[in-house]
Design a protein around this ligand. Structure first.
Ligand SMILES: [Zn+2]
Length: 336
């Protein structure tokens, strides 16, 4: 089998993280167009896309132009259980996909990085069960299909520029706000890479904002100020529960304390985005991940911070059009 070569090839050519607490599995069928109307190119196979976040793993079955089934499960935390758990979840969601039995031909994975050349995850802090070994090759061998992996911000960005909020734009920066923070810059549909071919982890840039020490070693790290986890920390410090729906409801009802939490969160995101915009000058910023759901509450904070940007044009700010399945959908698009 040559899956290792395939995985390495993919990384050389070419991340939210998009999670929310996942106390139980959820499943169901969800339909979403992947192509433009009028695109009648023949598609006959089925691709599984997987978004492995620090807390939750989202799996979609994509047939032709549609997501035909999806599920959310907890991300494995024990190495010996990781592969059996993934296999079981893939088979379960495939069984729920109408008419997909026996048709799976590819499995694409987006995962919190870094993803090293060869397809090995190097993120023991967020994904201890899946880091440091090539489970991608093994998964492909066990399923008998082509299996590829990329950073989860990259897969989310692929979905946004293909069918989402960044469609048809040439300079799109995608930031996913989940357990951690993922960042991907797409230039004419191609993800920006480091000199070694690996996706840069821009969620760990230093920001000028109050922050907690990060596992990356920095004391003022974007991930510690802009992740969903950081928003939950701000909420609890202000006397609200960590359930962000409660915070959002309070803000909608005019609670000034809840509104201040969102304003501060948005400002911190905007300050980090300002650094990234200075470096990359995107025309559009798309926010995804589970915390992006609350963008209407913290948009003013983000835009207020971006308005102070003098070293680059202020980009348009958009919310993901793909809900919380963008990363998984993008993983299924790694062959495009
Ligand atoms: Zn960090």
């Amino acid at each position: 089998m040559n899956f290792a070569r395939r995985a390495r090839h993919r990384v050389d050519r070419c991340p939210a993280d998009s999670t929310r607490p996942c106390p139980r599995e959820r499943g169901g069928t969800r339909r979403l167009r992947l192509r433009q109307q009028g695109d009648d190119s023949p598609v006959s196979d089925v691709t599984v896309g997987i978004d492995i976040g620090g807390t939750a793993t989202r799996i979609v079955v994509v047939r032709g132009t549609q997501i035909v089934a999806s599920t959310i499960v907890s991300t494995p935390t024990v190495r010996n259980d990781a592969l059996p758990t993934l296999l079981s979840s893939i088979r379960a969601v495939m069984a729920s996909a109408p008419g997909a039995e026996g048709e799976m031909s590819r499995v694409g994975i987006g995962a919190s990085g870094p993803i090293l050349a060869g397809g090995v995850i190097d993120n023991p802090e967020s994904l201890p069960a899946l880091s440091g070994w090539n489970f991608v090759d093994r998964l492909g061998e066990l399923l008998g299909v082509d299996c590829r992996i990329d950073n989860d911000a990259v897969t989310a960005a692929l979905a946004e520029v293909t069918v989402g909020a960044g469609r048809l734009d040439t300079g799109v920066l995608v930031m996913t706000l989940g357990t951690g923070v993922g960042v991907a810059l797409m230039r004419s549909g191609i993800p920006f890479r480091g000199a070694d071919g690996v996706h840069p982890e821009a969620g760990h840039i230093t920001v000028d904002a109050p922050s907690s020490p990060c596992y990356c070693g920095r004391r003022h790290c974007l991930e510690q100020t802009a992740s969903r986890t950081a928003l939950q920390r701000l909420a609890t410090h202000a006397g609200f529960p960590a359930d962000l729906e409660v915070l959002a409801h309070a803000a909608s009802e005019g609670d000034p304390g809840a509104q201040r939490v969102f304003l501060e969160y948005g400002t911190r995101i905007g300050e980090g985005l300002g650094e990234l915009c200075t470096q990359h000058r995107p025309t559009i910023v798309v926010l995804g991940g589970s915390a992006a759901t609350y963008l209407p509450h913290f948009r003013s904070g983000v835009e207020g911070a971006l308005a102070a940007l003098t070293s680059a044009p202020v980009p348009a700010l958009r919310q993901t059009a793909l809900g919380d399945l963008g990363g998984a959908l993008g993983a299924a698009l790694l062959w495009q």
